[in-house]
Design a protein around this ligand. Structure first.
Ligand code: SF4
Length: 64
């Protein structure tokens, strides 16, 4: 599974890297970015929690 952040929707609230820093970080532009590779299995729950915590639903977790 992979995580994606819609950079046009993200308002830069900083929640996702707080909930799951293994997958999300803030860029110099002040928006969130997800790691390019597969989400490590041991942090999948936290990544999904971050997705649910996003106030503008900018995060997508690809279930493939
Ligand atoms: S939680 Fe949503 S709005 Fe907040 S930084 Fe992450 S992607 Fe952006």
């Amino acid at each position: 599974m992979k995580a994606y952040v819609n950079d046009e929707t993200c308002i830069g609230c900083g929640t996702c890297p707080e909930v799951c820093p293994e997958v999300f970080h803030m860029t110099d532009e002040g928006i969130a970015h997800a790691i390019d590779g597969e989400i490590p299995k041991d942090v999948l729950g936290k990544a999904k929690q971050a997705e649910e915590s996003c106030p503008v639903e900018a995060i997508d977790i690809d279930e493939d």
